[in-house]
Design a binder for this molecule. Structure first.
Ligand code: 6PG
Length: 261
């Protein structure tokens, strides 16, 4: 099943980050109440890290039971452990180092000096095995039914490390792939695929700034997912676009602002 995207537009990127952080706290607390634990997939990029920083600054952050939260990544820049450009390094700095997570539940993607050495494809396979071990058979997917999967949107409509027209966005079987020759540096990356993204209960796409306006308009106007990967990012029960007004400025009028009754 795929879900029609819902849009929420905030005044500016700071407010977007704060509101998204508040929304995520509530979602985690609700999932923990309903199922005992919660699972969230993090994204790289400024918007994802802005959300984590806002979450860390929120007084409500203590409502989360951090020891019962599984964290995964939608993509990773394939660099040595601790490299400042790795998404996990940036997430640790923005939030993770200041909350009492269970280290066994922090599922970072492998580094280029890790167990798979400099082989991004083998590292992707390793991460796929980790996802498969956590998947619930009743969901008929080789990836878990994540509660929330976060994605930043690139100006070319990429999400995670799925760039327009590259092989990774065409993948229909595997849940994780190595990405080579990415147009955004670094060129070698690891990424969840669209089928893995679509195993999430909720997918939230974050887009702030004028340089995202065209991408949002294209992805939300019926573009194909090979040309506009963000168009293929759907959750099982909800697909939510969180934008600031600059990123929403080129949306077709029938999408935003919502028509009055
Ligand atoms: O590792 C990465 O580079 C990403 O995960 C990438 O998909 C990012 O989320 C977008 O490029 C948006 O990045 P910004 O939020 O910085 O615009």
């Amino acid at each position: 099943m795929s879900t029609a995207p819902q849009l929420v537009v905030h005044r500016d990127k700071e407010l977007m980050a704060q509101a998204a952080a508040a929304r995520l706290i509530t979602k985690i607390v609700d999932a923990q109440a309903a199922r005992g634990s919660a699972s969230v997939v993090l994204t790289g990029g400024r918007n994802g890290n802005g959300l984590l920083t806002a979450l860390g600054a929120s007084p409500a952050r203590d409502a989360v039971d951090w020891g019962r939260l599984d964290l995964w990544w939608g993509d990773e820049r394939f660099l040595p452990d601790g490299d400042p450009d790795r998404n996990v390094t940036q997430a640790r700095e923005a939030l993770l180092d200041s909350v009492p997570l269970d280290p066994a539940r922090v599922h970072a993607m492998p580094a280029s000096d890790g167990p798979y050495g400099n082989d991004a494809d083998a590292a992707a396979e390793g991460y796929a095995a980790e996802l498969a071990a956590a998947a619930q058979p009743e969901n008929h997917s080789a990836a878990p039914a994540f509660d929330v999967l976060l994605l930043g949107v690139g100006p070319d409509t990429h999400v995670a490390s799925l760039f327009p027209e590259l092989p990774a966005v065409r993948e229909t079987e595997r849940t994780v792939v190595g990405v080579h020759g990415a147009p955004k540096p670094p060129p070698t990356r690891i990424s969840l695929t669209l089928p893995a993204i679509r195993s999430a209960r909720e997918v939230w796409l974050l887009a702030a700034g004028e340089d995202k306006a065209k991408a949002a308009a294209i992805a939300l106007s019926g573009a194909g997912e090979i040309q506009a990967p963000a168009a293929g990012a759907h959750g099982r029960s909800r697909t939510l676009w969180l934008l600031d007004s600059a990123a929403a400025s080129q949306l077709p009028r029938d999408l935003y602002p919502p028509a009055s009754p």
